[in-house]
Write a protein that binds this ligand. Structure first.
Ligand code: FAD
Length: 304
């Protein structure tokens, strides 16, 4: 069996793998796609000590660092089931193989819910963004929209209003779902406009970058256009934990519940990164929590 088996090869998993291998443990990483969300990221300017990098470059560095140690990297492998076997934890893969481990770190990350409208995929990273902490500064002095009037949408609008010229919030429903205190603040911010009952129908671009968006006013059925440079989609971050339902404790949003040591509800199983109930989802935070989970799992191995 592996001493520590890590499920997920994003920044959290890579970090856990290195911490595990440096303890001299037999370590394996199962990843559907090594690199995770970072592989889809264009510019990264908040990975502290690296002023500027690009997703694929950071992924190559992550992989090179992991491969510096004796770690079994099983890329393009999807985990489908976790169970407590008679002696060890057992992880079943989509190809039917079953891996055994004394401890496990779950770091399967998350995915942003997409609008699924024409132009969204085409202009991803060219004006269509999902992370205000990451990409907000790229739109300094420009006009942007935030799609979604829940807590993350209104927080994003307030955050962006300090950097950009103007923020239009588009909410599908007739009312905002965000906390009243956030809504009140957004409503009294001069450079935020809130449009309700608005269904975004298309991202408009000039071939290189976003120039606007089109939405339908659901009250009247009219189609309207907003000119802008950026669109922040804030309609939900979905953790990749569907396969764990019923096995370990999740929040009602599907996030793995961890304590300060990264411990989950199942003995010997730890978790880290965007798949967990950590309040903020960032590369540097995922890496920190990967280290925490690996050290937590190591501590568990010492005691068992
Ligand atoms: P992920 O990166 O999501 O990795 C999850 C890993 O698990 C992947 O290897 C995946 O293939 C694997 N996996 C999932 N399910 C399974 C399964 N069943 N079996 C096996 N493997 C599985 N953060 C920043 O700090 N700065 C930025 O500039 C920034 N920009 C971003 C831009 C975009 C477009 C996106 C989408 C995110 C951005 N983020 C940024 C957020 C950052 O990428 C995430 O917080 C971070 O990648 C989370 O790391 P993670 O390891 O928890 O999960």
């Amino acid at each position: 069996p592996y001493d520590m088996l890590i499920v997920g090869g994003g920044p959290a998993g890579a970090s856990a793998a290195i911490y595990s291998a440096r303890k001299g443990l037999r370590t394996g990483v199962v990843a559907e796609r090594f690199g995770g969300q970072v592989a889809d990221t264009v510019g990264i300017e908040n990975f502290i000590s690296v002023k500027e990098t690009e997703g694929p470059k950071l992924v190559a560095n992550l992989e090179a660092h992991v491969r510096q140690y004796e770690v079994d990297v099983m890329n393009s492998q999807k985990a489908v089931k976790l169970s407590q076997g008679t002696e060890h934890l057992e992880l079943e893969l989509a190809n039917g193989a079953v891996l055994k481990a004394k401890s496990l770190v779950l770091s399967t990350g998350a995915r942003w819910r997409e609008m699924n409208v024409p132009g969204e995929k085409e202009y991803r990273g060219k004006g269509v963004a999902y992370c205000p902490h990451c990409d907000g500064p790229l739109f300094k002095g420009k006009k942007v929209a935030v799609i979604g009037g829940g807590n993350s949408g209104i927080e994003a609008a307030l955050d962006l209003s300090l950097i950009v010229e103007h923020v239009t919030v588009l909410e599908f429903d007739a009312s905002l779902r965000a906390d009243a205190v956030l809504v009140k603040k957004a409503e009294s911010t001069p450079n935020i406009t809130i449009i309700k009952q608005a269904q975004t129908t298309e991202v408009l671009g000039d071939g290189n970058k976003v120039v606007g968006l089109q939405y339908t006013d659901r009250a009247t059925g009219d189609s309207k256009t907003v000119e802008l440079a950026g669109i922040f989609v804030q309609i939900g971050l979905v953790p990749n934990t569907e396969w764990l339902r019923g096995t370990i404790e999740l929040t009602n949003r599907g996030e793995i519940i961890v304590d300060g040591h990264g411990k989950t509800s199942l003995n010997g199983v730890y978790a880290a990164g965007d798949a967990t109930n950590t309040p903020f989802k960032q590369i540097i935070i995922a890496m920190g929590s990967g280290a925490t989970a690996a050290l937590g799992a190591f501590d568990h191995l010492l005691r068992s």
